[in-house]
Design a protein around this ligand. Structure first.
Ligand code: ADQ
Length: 476
């Protein structure tokens, strides 16, 4: 088995299963590397007064992790700047929040070059290299320029947007050209992959070859969809852990016979939390009979606090839940419980299991793992109902959920009413179909299919066999 080197912006040392509170990407990588001999390389999350080219290496839970510190200016321009003020909002269709600063672009290029400089000495000739996410798009090119001949793959955890949006980015061609230094470029869904293909064919004058790969900028890459999953069985088992059962029992008690709607998100404008609150308000206004019988528990962890759009959102969200509660609450009933805290995986599993309805209503989301965690945590005899945004990548797979348009408060309110009234038999059959998918397309299937694709790319490079040029593909 080849050694796998995973590179991501942040490296979060893996904690023993069940004890961690890592975010979606970090969860996915530590689960993927646990069974692979390999290295996880990235930023430590710490700043250093001056870039010193030093790497710190440690082993944690069977994974070797190698990290570097970044200078404050790097953090501002690369991480808070180009990654989170430019690419993140743009790729989530928030052009109104997208900031196009030249200094962000230079910081992004500089940090990607530093990543390559630090990583090169760790790479052995047969290693497979797997670069994660939008922070590191140019890393493949930087590695190639320094002589890396390995199979290198890239996976984008966020959506790839319509080409008209990409074209608003200064030097967008250069960014896309960088994708062509990877042998494989992975997306969560066929929709995101097709949007990338569309850019290449129509903006970059590229060609699609008969084997599905793309040729442009004098290079070839293979775009593919690899829907990410969770450690489904592992997550399901957390509901039976001591802490999981305790959190379930605590929630059941605090529900006091009421039905619970649940939202769990990183606090981010892409997650549609404000729109969800407004839909809930609409539901209560239209369905008087539901008052006092239901409540919404929203658990949102603040992130990216240095970026103003996130501070603004936190303030708006608190004001909104305060207003709705102020107008609607009664002495012994509060409609929205909104908390900003990180919970352990076990606690979350117990809370998911106690919920009658999960509201996963992002305005745009690469995949959304919360939808899958909710399904994995249910009691098969009496499962809850998943309300899922059509704009989450997960909606492509989880068709038995109640699929909604999160921009329409009426649509979401209708779906909540339907979920609350759904007969047990229908809940069971929908849940069964969802669980079958979550269990089959789990995190290990995701890892294995990406690595297999990277291995195939390595084998093709060893014996080059050019594909036939098929000409630009027609858009359907
Ligand atoms: P995220 O935007 O972070 O991930 P998501 O996929 O929903 O979104 O993952 C969030 C993770 O954080 C889940 O595992 C959840 O349990 C955890 N989490 C959220 N709130 C928490 C809390 N209060 N306490 C503890 N844990 C909490 C990005 C993309 C997604 C994509 C993933 C993986 O934006 O679209 O699904 O990467 O590729």
């Amino acid at each position: 088995m080849s050694r796998l080197i995973v590179v991501s912006n942040r490296v979060t040392p893996p904690a023993p299963e069940g004890a961690s509170s890592q975010g979606g990407l970090a969860m996915a990588i530590s689960a993927a590397l646990r069974e692979y001999s390999g290295i996880w390389f990235g930023w430590s999350g710490q700043s250093t007064p001056q870039y010193n080219g030093q790497i710190s290496v440690q082993r944690a839970s069977g994974v070797t992790i190698a990290t570097m510190d970044l200078e404050e200016q790097d953090i501002q321009e690369y991480y808070n700047g180009f990654a989170n003020r430019t690419l993140w909002p743009l790729f989530h269709y928030r052009i109104d929040l997208t900031q196009y600063e030249r200094s962000y672009g230079s910081g992004y290029a500089r940090v990607n070059a530093r990543f390559a400089e630090m990583l090169m000495p760790l790479i052995a000739p047969k290693d497979l290299i797997w670069v994660q996410d939008y922070h590191l798009i140019p890393l493949g090119r930087e590695l190639r320029e320094r002589g890396a001949k390995n199979a290198i793959g890239f996976f984008l955890h966020i959506p790839w947007p319509a080409r008209e949006l990409v074209a608003t980015l200064p030097r967008h061609r250069q960014l896309v050209e960088a994708m062509f230094h990877y042998d494989v470029v992975g997306f969560h869904t066929e929709e995101w992959r097709d949007a990338f293909v569309s850019y290449v064919l129509h903006e970059a004058g590229g060609m699609q070859l008969s084997d599905g790969s793309l040729r442009a900028f004098g290079r070839t890459t293979r775009p593919q969809a690899f829907p990410i999953g969770i450690d489904a069985k592992g997550f399901s088992a957390l509901t039976q852990s001591e802490a999981g059962m305790e959190s379930y029992a605590r929630m059941q008690e605090s529900k006091a016979g009421r039905k619970m709607l649940l939202g769990v998100d990183r606090l981010d404008y892409s997650k549609g939390i404000e729109e969800r609150f407004l839909a809930f308000e609409r539901l209560l206004a239209e369905s008087e009979e539901l008052k006092r019988k239901i409540f919404l528990l929203q658990i949102s962890t603040p992130t990216r606090g240095e970026v103003d759009a996130y501070q603004d959102m936190l303030a708006r969200l608190d004001a909104l839940s305060g207003r709705i509660n102020g107008v609607t609450a009664e002495m012994d009933w509060i409609p929205i419980r909104s908390i900003h805290r990180i919970h352990t995986r076990e606690e979350l599993a117990g809370v998911y299991r106690a919920a009658e309805v999960a509201l996963v209503t992002p305005l745009r989301d690469g995949m959304n793992l919360v939808a899958k965690e909710f399904v994995a945590a249910q009691d098969e005899e009496d499962p809850g109902v998943l309300v899922l945004s059509r704009f989450a990548g997960a909606a492509q797979q989880m068709k038995e959920a109640l699929i909604v348009n999160p921009f329409s408060v009426e649509d979401v309110a209708d779906a909540i009413r339907k979920a609350l009234a759904m007969p047990l038999e229908e809940r069971r059959s929908r849940w069964r179909a969802l669980w079958d998918g979550v269990e089959r397309d789990d995190i290990f299937a995701w890892r294995d299919s990406f690595v297999a694709s990277l291995e195939a790319a390595r084998d093709r490079t060893a014996k080059p066999r050019p594909g036939r040029i098929a000409g630009p593909r027609r858009e359907g």
